[in-house]
Ligand binder design. Structure first.
Ligand SMILES: NC(=O)c1ccc[n+]([C@@H]2O[C@H](COP(=O)([O-])OP(=O)(O)OC[C@H]3O[C@@H](n4cnc5c(N)ncnc54)[C@H](O)[C@@H]3O)[C@@H](O)[C@H]2O)c1
Length: 254
């Protein structure tokens, strides 16, 4: 029970890494609020996880400031200030083919704006509206889900990479400014993780190519990320802040 009675807010908690983190945080005693723009999947996730503990779902599009503000106001009034904020939601490679993940020459400005707005501005807004209440309590853990794409160069996913690089910089900046308030701020940099986001591009050929570059020779699971998020959320990481921790089977180490 590493998170007993702590309140954890997880964005993008309806699927993949956010969902696995919600499950693990609940089993560790946390009260969990998941936020997602996919209302159907979010309601289902909350119903499925309800036997594990106190969970609620709030529908919001992180790219829409009024919706983020309303969701945060609701959390503060109904649940109180969070102890843990996991800014996990993101849009990337293949979500419904909605955005092209393309070279800079083939990236329309609208796609660039939309990806930055969700991945970077959404996390900024969540942290702005919930962080103030965390500062007031003089303790807390803020975790960003970045990507190894924000740490090393990757080809032809420029808008995504820029958004994740922004999260990496924001992590360090907020660790510097919120440390004296007792708030720890860290980022996870996942490698290839088997979730709906990248599943459509995990063909046999691309999987083989990825595996050849991963020392542990496997694609990561959502539970791999949840385990690291739990560590960063817990008191075991009490002296850890400002860190960008890769969870990638060793991919960027070689
Ligand atoms: N899967 C990977 O290989 C990989 C690698 C590196 C980083 N990441 C990052 O991990 C995070 C989690 O992704 P995942 O792999 O679990 O994918 P996923 O698609 O399974 O989950 C992402 C969740 O975010 C939600 N979401 C997206 N845009 C939103 C918005 N505007 N408002 C509210 N919710 C929104 C989606 O509905 C979904 O439930 C993302 O930030 C992603 O960029 C993933």
């Amino acid at each position: 029970m590493q998170l007993k009675d702590r309140l954890a807010v997880i964005t993008g908690g309806a699927s993949g890494q956010g969902l696995a983190s919600a499950r693990l945080f609940l089993t560790e005693g946390a009260r969990v609020v998941i936020i997602d723009w996919n209302a159907e999947q979010g309601e289902k996730a909350a119903a499925d996880l309800a036997p594990l503990g106190d969970i609620r779902f709030i529908a919001a599009d992180l790219g829409q400031e009024p919706q983020v503000r309303a969701a945060c106001d609701r959390i503060l009034s109904e649940c109180g200030p969070p102890d843990i904020l996991f800014n996990n939601a993101g849009i990337g490679y293949s979500e419904n083919g909605r955005f092209k993940m393309a070279s800079i020459f083939d990236t329309p400005l609208e796609d660039w704006d939309a990806i930055l707005r969700i991945n970077l501005t959404g996390a900024f807004l969540m942290t702005k509206y919930l962080g103030q209440a965390m500062v007031g309590r003089k303790s807390g853990s803020i975790i960003f889900n970045a990507s190894i794409a924000g740490v090393v160069g990757q080809r032809n996913i420029d808008a995504y990479t820029a958004s994740k690089g922004g999260l990496v910089a924001l992590t360090r900046a907020l660790a510097a400014s919120l440390g004296e308030s007792g708030i720890r701020v860290n980022a996870i940099a996942p490698g290839s993780i088997d979730t709906p986001m990248i599943r459509p591009i995990l063909t046999e050929a691309s999987t083989a190519e990825r595996l050849a570059a991963i020392p542990l020779r496997r694609i990561g699971t959502p539970e791999d990320i949840a385990g690291l998020a739990l560590f960063l959320a817990s008191d075991h990481a009490a002296y850890v802040t400002g860190q960008i921790i890769a969870c990638d089977g060793g991919r960027v180490a070689i």
